[in-house]
Design a protein around this ligand. Structure first.
Ligand code: CU
Length: 475
């Protein structure tokens, strides 16, 4: 059973807000709506060494986007240099509804070529931000496409030839949230209780500027940033929260847990809602993966804290500190229970025998099937509408988070290594993690109606830039 809403009426309220956003403006959407200018200094940290979590502004899908160098406050009032979209790190959250037309006038104010790739969104080749469609310094392009897919959290980041890793490490990334009627019908927290979390690591130099020293084996920074905030803290009311988590690191894996031993109620991942809600104590996630989780803060007394922790590094990523107040607008008394059905529009072709099976070996740190990426080379053609199995395997140099452009897939199996699938690998995915000696099979079908070139690559960005990528063409 879905729960009773304490405040607001999800469906109608969301629609009203969507309508009220207007054209090109910045929406006031609570947790997805606060504003911070790129040069503002954060309020003094509430206590200890914690800094108030930055939440990027929410914007409509016709909002202009500019990539430029800028200055950001990573927390504690120290302003440093970074690369930013619209002046913030992360950039604004695009919030759209399924069916919306997106038209984002983009300007490249960097001193290098860039593109905007809409990771997880299924869009025409020319709008996919591929390395072939580079936008020169001072160049512009209006990214235009229709959002045909279900509700979920995708993201946007640069994808230029040989320079994706550095541009992302220096700060360029942002969220892209799709809503639809299936999600509207669920009793899930919204407004201030729906919080996007872009989690990554970073290095900063003595002056507080983001720095980057990637090597072929990958980049691992020595601090965590959550929404661009180090030592981040969020004051939480006594209610459930919905955290929309994106792993925006270059290379680092995160194993997310809650410091009080509580479970996450996992409701979604890369491609949106899972078929059923499930409670999980920990989630190991790789660059590019997303999860949608509900966290129960209703028992948190004033000033009591719970940490979102990465057990791989031991880092506390985000400190949740109780306000002692009950939930307000957007809070819900009851969320979907573990085991409760959430959506029925998951992958439906899992039982269909594949027409073609293709094997991809992720070799070393630079090759797929022995070949280093060549922009001019089309590695194979995929007939539109065919169900195919793609088998990803590696003997070493993992993690390799494997990402496909142009379609979502269903993860069918994992052999070797961890030898199992995880709850966050149900439903629709676009990025799947390979550890050493693992073989992962995914089933997919390019049935968006778009034909043309798309990419398959490792989303460890240093591997990607070094050549662990290929072009294929949907025909
Ligand atoms: Cu890799």
């Amino acid at each position: 059973m879905g729960g009773t809403r304490v405040a607001g009426a999800g469906v109608s309220r969301r629609r009203v807000l969507q309508a009220a956003v207007g054209v090109g403006g910045v929406a006031a959407l609570g947790g997805l709506g606060a504003l911070r200018s790129s040069t503002s200094i954060a309020a003094p940290p509430p206590r200890g060494s914690t800094n108030r979590l930055f939440i990027p502004p929410s914007v409509t899908p016709d909002t202009a986007l500019t990539a430029a160098s800028g200055q950001v406050d990573l927390g504690g009032g120290t302003v440093g240099k970074a690369l930013v979209y619209n002046g913030t790190l992360p950039g604004p959250n695009f919030v759209v509804r399924r069916g919306d037309a997106v038209a984002v006038p983009f300007t490249n104010n960097l001193d290098a070529e860039t593109t905007v790739h809409w990771h997880g969104l299924i869009v025409p080749t020319a709008e996919d931000g591929q390395p072939h469609e580079a936008i020169a310094p001072n160049g512009t392009h209006t990214y235009a496409f229709t959002v045909k897919q279900r509700a979920g959290m995708s993201w946007y980041h640069p994808h230029p030839h040989l320079a994706t890793a550095s541009q992302v490490a220096y700060g360029l990334a942002g969220g892209f949230i799709i809503r639809d009627s299936v999600e509207d019908a669920l009793s899930v927290p919204s407004e201030a209780y729906e919080v996007p979390l872009v989690i990554r690591d970073a290095n900063v130099d003595k002056a507080g500027n983001l720095s980057y020293n990637g090597k072929a084996s990958g980049f691992t920074g020595n601090i965590a940033l959550v929404n661009g905030t180090r030592d981040a803290a969020l004051e939480v009311d006594q209610t459930w929260y919905r955290f929309r988590i994106l792993i925006g690191s270059n290379s680092r894996l995160f194993n997310l847990t809650l410091s009080n031993g509580a479970t996450f109620r996992l409701i979604g991942n890369d491609g949106g809602l899972l078929p059923t809600a499930v409670d999980v104590p920990a989630m190991e996630l790789s660059p590019g993966e997303r999860v949608d989780v509900l966290v129960d803060c209703s028992g948190l007394a004033a000033t009591q804290t719970v940490g979102l922790v990465d057990t791989n590094s031991g880092w506390p990523l985000l400190r949740l500190t109780g306000s002692g107040k009950p939930g307000g607008l957007g809070a819900v008394a009851t969320v979907p229970a573990a085991g409760e059905g959430l959506s029925s529009d998951g992958p439906t072709f899992g039982d269909i025998a594949p027409v073609t099976t293709r094997l991809f070996s992720f070799d070393g740190m630079t090759r797929i099937n022995g070949v280093v990426y060549d922009m001019a080379l089309n590695s194979f053609n995929v007939p539109a509408g065919d169900v195919e199995d793609w088998v990803f395997r590696t003997n070493g140099n993992a993690p390799h988070p494997v990402h496909v452009h142009g379609a979502s897939f269903k993860v069918m199996s994992r052999d070797g290594g961890r030898r199992r699938l995880f709850p966050w690998e149900e439903g629709w995915k676009d990025t799947v993690l390979l550890h050493d000696r693992e073989t992962v099979t995914v089933r997919l079908r390019f049935d968006s109606g778009y034909k043309g070139r798309y990419l398959l690559h490792c989303h460890k960005l240093e591997h990607e830039d070094a050549g662990m990528m290929l072009n294929f063409t949907v025909v």
